[in-house]
Write a protein that binds this ligand. Sequence first.
Ligand code: PLP
Length: 384
Amino acid sequence: MLHTSYIEISKSAYSKNIEFLKSDIGPNTEISVVVKGNAYGHGIENIVPIAEENGIRHFSTFSADEALRVHQASKEESQVMIMGMLDNNDLEEIIRKGISFYVFEFDRLEAALAIAKKTGIKAKIHVEVETGFHRTGFDWDELEWLVKVLKENAEHLELQGLCTHYAGAESISNYVRVRKQIKLYKKIKSWFEKKGLEFEKYHTACSAATLLYPETKMDLVRLGIASYGFWPTQETYMYRFQSLPADNKNPLKRLISWKSSIMNTKKVKMGEFIGYGSSYMAPRDMTVALVPIGYGHGYSRMLSNQGKLLIGGKIVSVVGTVTMNSIAADITDLEGIQKGDEVVIIGKQGENEITIASFGESTQQVNYELLTRLPQDIPRKVVE
Ligand SMILES: *Cc1c(COP(=O)(O)O)cnc(C)c1O
């Protein structure tokens, strides 16, 4: 059956992003591709194989269910790391599958140790420390006890990482806070070393930190948004613009295009209202095209009388309210448009393009939110 819209994911754009990021990061730092939020809306099962084709062998998820999906989709025995939610009841399966996970409290650590002892399989852990994000992470006053537990149970643990997360590296307004975090992390790192504990990998950086604070790169960077072709913020791009290679001033490429087609066209007389209520009165005799996407598909109601679409290679406006399943577009000035013609909601058509950023600006959603809110049931197609 024909779906009302579909999302294309460009493999070649992905390769370009990874190529740029690798060259920007340098040869001594590994990339972990962050695939939480269903790979930022792109689909875990789509992204994992493409990433592996581009040499990626490390993936980060928020939760255990996502990690299992990565594990399933992986063809290369890549490493998987859970950064957030992992119920103690799921620990055994995760440990048996060799998936690594963050430990930021004693409860999870003790549960993991119990399973490691029972199964004889080492638990692969990343110790998360509090440096100022104040969400998860061991506090200073817990570290002495932590070291004792880690040392006593050394044979049951693989200390894969020592990590932390920055509280907003994408904005200069957080500069002082991020600097403090970097300093504190370094202090904690050397404190552990003095206690005789070393970790395989030291990792702290998300996309923004990687792009703006080179010293945060260390052994591994956890890249989400940049790998999908977006600067974390406009500010990040501005900051980096001068230092980008002259022949590649726009190195991050969007993977996603969102497309639909015209359901029907209709003539509307001047003075008639279009759609529910009276938010739009036709200022002239008009032709509108109905497009079968609405807020139920993630096209925000805030785009009523505001949104832009591409039809026939031209930018057209949404007229009237966005309803649950459809929107009307003004095609009065276009010729030869008919039912079934392609409609681009995000992406290129002819010379024109609607980027997620401009879409986001009119709904005040950032790229991250818009991407992850694209409904999972819109089919994704991987294209070259
Ligand atoms: C989401 C997340 C990242 C990736 O962030 P981006 O800004 O998308 O690169 C890195 N680390 C942690 C802990 C995260 O939760």
